[in-house]
Ligand binder design. Structure first.
Ligand SMILES: [Fe+2]
Ligand SMILES: [Fe+2]
Ligand SMILES: [Fe+2]
Length: 342
């Protein structure tokens, strides 16, 4: 889709290796921006899932990579759920609960924008399924849900228990795990998780060299990279726009409209193919920094107060921050950074 852009900024500069590294960094930045609660939760779930998967004998690096990405992105669909539900302390009404459950399917939708992460996208869909079949969205029993989903689901709950969420007392984490084994969790996964934790091998969010290896494994697999390179720039644009759509549909619709206008104006100006593509990408992504702005501000009907206005003013800089890891996107990042200058 953006062939001239990819050719100029990646192929010609020989930057077609390590695409996963920069993509991962960009995804992490965007996700951290929307997750204004405990930003390390996703990182811990990702690395803990990876460690537990290895511990139970999964050694295929490609499979481990899917587990890692699923852990990192398991709650990305929360971007499409109102903040007051995610932070609500008391019991949710039936209607609120139904709304909350949609974060699994929204997450799957977002993650599946990246070709080669289809497995991770399915694990994201299933991370609230339970062993006894009372989970959501599909009510699969855990014998139906794949082992990989059971791992991510357990590590997610484990992290919440350890941080005192889910009405639990962190010191009792071991009892809690035993209590929910065979109800919520695969009972076979609980003992290895406890052993790893007691050995001090869980919860560290600094990736070890063997953790980094899962990304390298993706990058060294030629068939994976061929698929990623096919439409790498389009993948990034689609991923970020899908994220923005879930966060704030109006902003995403507006962005696509701006991209189309940019293209028309550019054509009138007889810009080159490369310049046109740069403009279209920048048009699509100029407001991506809004993923980090609360909906209460984005949707406020009247005038913004001073503080709210200052929050909104950060979105061009936030957009540039999200795009920074992408080595070929320097021009685009500069364009979005200055789109509100006068
Ligand atoms: Fe979740
Ligand atoms: Fe979570
Ligand atoms: Fe803007």
């Amino acid at each position: 889709m953006f062939g001239a852009f990819f050719e100029e900024h990646y192929a010609r500069r020989k930057l077609t290796r390590h695409l996963f590294h920069e993509l991962l960094e960009t995804i992490s930045r965007a996700v951290n921006m929307i997750e204004y609660k405990d930003t390390n939760h996703s990182a811990r779930v990702a690395l803990n899932s990876l460690r537990l998967a290895r511990e139970v004998g999964i050694d295929d690096q490609q499979v481990l990579a899917q587990v890692y990405f699923a852990g990192l992105l398991h709650d990305v669909g929360e971007v499409g759920v109102p903040d007051n539900l995610i932070y609500k302390k008391g019991k949710l009404s039936e209607e609120e609960f139904q709304l909350l459950t949609t974060h699994t399917a929204i997450g799957q939708q977002i993650v599946s924008q990246v070709p080669v992460l289809e497995t991770a996208a399915n694990l994201v869909l299933w991370h609230h399924e339970r062993w006894d079949g009372t989970g959501y969205p599909e009510g699969l029993t855990m014998t139906e849900a794949p082992m990989l989903a059971q791992i991510v689901s357990l590590c997610d709950a484990f992290d919440n228990i350890r941080r005192g969420g889910l009405f639990s007392i962190p010191e009792n984490w071991e009892n809690e795990l035993h209590r929910f084994a065979s109800i919520q969790f695969n009972p076979l996964l609980v003992p290895p998780l406890i052993e790893l934790t007691q050995a001090g091998r869980m919860d560290d969010i600094a990736p070890a060299p063997e953790d980094d290896a899962v990304i390298l494994a993706l990058e060294s697999e030629e068939s994976v990279m061929v698929r990623l390179r096919e439409d790498y720039v389009g993948t990034i644009v689609n991923f970020l726009l899908t994220l923005l759509e879930a966060k704030h549909m109006d902003s995403a619709v507006h962005s696509k409209r701006v991209a189309r206008l940019c293209e028309k104006v550019g054509e009138r100006m007889n810009l080159s193919e490369l310049e046109l593509q740069t403009l279209v990408i920048a048009g699509n992504l100029h407001d991506i920094g809004k993923v980090g702005i609360p909906n209460s501000i984005l949707d406020k009907p009247g005038l913004l107060d001073d503080w709210e206005y200052r929050v909104v003013q950060k979105h061009p800089e936030q957009a540039a921050t999200i795009l920074k890891p992408l080595r070929g996107f320097g021009d685009v990042a500069e364009t979005v950074r200055y789109h509100h200058e006068r």
